[in-house]
Write a protein that binds this ligand. Sequence first.
Ligand code: C5P
Length: 210
Amino acid sequence: MAKILITSGPTRQFLDPVRYLTNASSGRMGSALAAAALELGHEVLVVSGPVSLEYPPGAQVVSVVTTDEMLAAAEQEFPACEGLIGVAAPCDYQPLKVAEEKIAKTGGPLALHLVETPDIVATLASKKRADQWAVGFALETQDHRFRALAKLERKSCDLMILNGPAAMNADQNDVEIIDPTGAVLEAAAGKKQDVARRIMAMIQKRLIGG
Ligand code: C5P
């Protein structure tokens, strides 16, 4: 049995007290992976951004809002976990400055100065111990496998799950599981629950063992 950390759902980056940037993630794939990991007898801790679904009752859930909060919670939990599945879609950009008051409309265009948020998977996986593993997700619209492999390397992942934009907020998913040599270990399509079981079976075989 392993303890598995799953980052799931979107994060929010506020521009002012009422407006925020976010990502069109529902948390469904994260919830399906949590259920599949629990079915295999693993302990599951989900760090989730704001979602409207319920995670499986057996999973421990830590709720966060921003990417920085997701990183802080994940960094705190990861040392006690054997593996990380980064299925969250954290908001990649945040405003350089958050306005203290609501930004008033002027009738003209509004320019936003955005800076990148920290990359949670890359930060955690770059510091992983020899007995820890990390699995990332790559949502690509072009040069799919090439970009997914580059992401696997950049983010120090042991496996990368490649999917397309049709996965966002949908019941179904269509994925390829890519290893560090770029080999496609498996392709799986169908309901997110079934795809999650196939991904967990591969994680079990390649990374958890036993
Ligand atoms: O770079 P991109 O967002 O396409 O990478 C996707 C992978 O990186 C996913 O596993 C996602 O959870 C993770 N990620 C992250 N922190 C970010 C952005 C992406 O952990 N700020």
